[in-house]
Design a binder for this molecule. Structure first.
Ligand code: ATR
Length: 261
């Protein structure tokens, strides 16, 4: 039996074990996927321990996605550009770092809206970086709004996007609205005036579940989706990196549905 897992802190609420174990059993792979609680000060020791124990691969989540890069041997080109990794693979005592968050986002929005559109991106943190990277692969034109403008400028400079003062200023011009901040279920503050959302807008919220943004967008008749689809898609990409096996689309969809229930 091979062992895979996810490292984060806290890790109790991670949904990855739920669907990764479904992937493994449905696709006939003799493996288990377990959550590992790793406090920041133990990150390096944990990586060494995972290697010593023969763990084959892990997902990496908050707060380790950036700092884990100090402890890996190889990074792929996307990790280098995004500056964070959510997927490690252990091979012959070496650690390979990948980023599947951006592909997860790409696949999640693929079914909602064609590429080459105008996008309002809310947020400029780690998650927003992966989202922006994906949007630019789609050749979307991106307007970034963030509470602290400095961070928005930094992100825009690195990748090539425009910074705006108020989301309301571009709402009429954009087709897609993406929330990549942590505002949602716990912090319920409004990022802009949600009553201005129109039915022609497509709204993607990387937060899981019924956020205020999703609720309002729905009531306006806008097409919208929460972050669970991105989560399962990034997991399917990690699975492919570890096993070489593609997760069938219908199994991905089934897992998204399971998590929504
Ligand atoms: P993550 O890795 O999940 O992106 P992060 O790097 O800490 O986490 O970024 C959190 C994002 O949510 C940031 O864009 C943050 O805005 P600031 O850069 O101004 O801090 C945003 N955010 C968090 N709470 C917010 C709030 N109450 N209102 C607006 N933006 C908020």
């Amino acid at each position: 039996t091979k062992v895979y897992g996810v490292i984060g802190y806290p890790i109790e609420h991670s949904l990855s074990p739920v669907f990764q174990n479904i992937f493994f059993s449905r696709l006939g792979i003799d493996a288990v996927y377990v959550p590992f609680s790793v406090p920041p000060e133990d990150l390096q020791t944990a990586i060494e321990g995972l290697k010593a124990l023969g763990v084959k691969g892990v997902n990496v989540t908050i707060p380790h996605k950036e700092r884990v890069l100090q402890f890996v041997d190889f990074v792929d080109e996307h990790v280098e550009k995004i500056g964070s990794s959510n997927t490690l693979k252990f091979v012959d005592g070496k650690v390979y770092a990948y980023n599947t968050d951006w592909i997860g986002f790409l696949k999640a929005v693929q079914g909602l809206i064609e590429p080459g559109k105008r996008v309002l991106l809310l947020g400029a943190g780690g998650a927003a970086r992966a989202v922006l990277y994906a949007l630019l692969q789609r050749k979307d034109r991106v307007f970034i709004f963030n509470r602290s403008k400095e961070k928005a400028y930094k992100l825009a400079e690195t990748f090539g996007a425009e910074v705006i003062d108020r989301p309301e200023d571009v709402l009429k011009d954009v087709d897609l609205i993406v929330n990549a901040t942590s505002v949602g279920l716990v912090d319920k503050s409004w990022l802009f005036d949600y009553t201005l959302i129109e039915d022609r807008h497509v709204v993607y919220d990387i937060v899981y579940g019924q956020t205020e943004l999703i609720r309002r967008a729905k009531s306006k008749g806008a097409k919208c989706e929460d972050g669970l689809s991105m989560l399962v898609h990034q997991g399917a990409e990690s699975f492919k990196i570890w096993t070489g096996m593609e997760v069938p689309q219908d199994l991905v969809d089934e897992c998204i549905k399971t998590l929504r229930e």
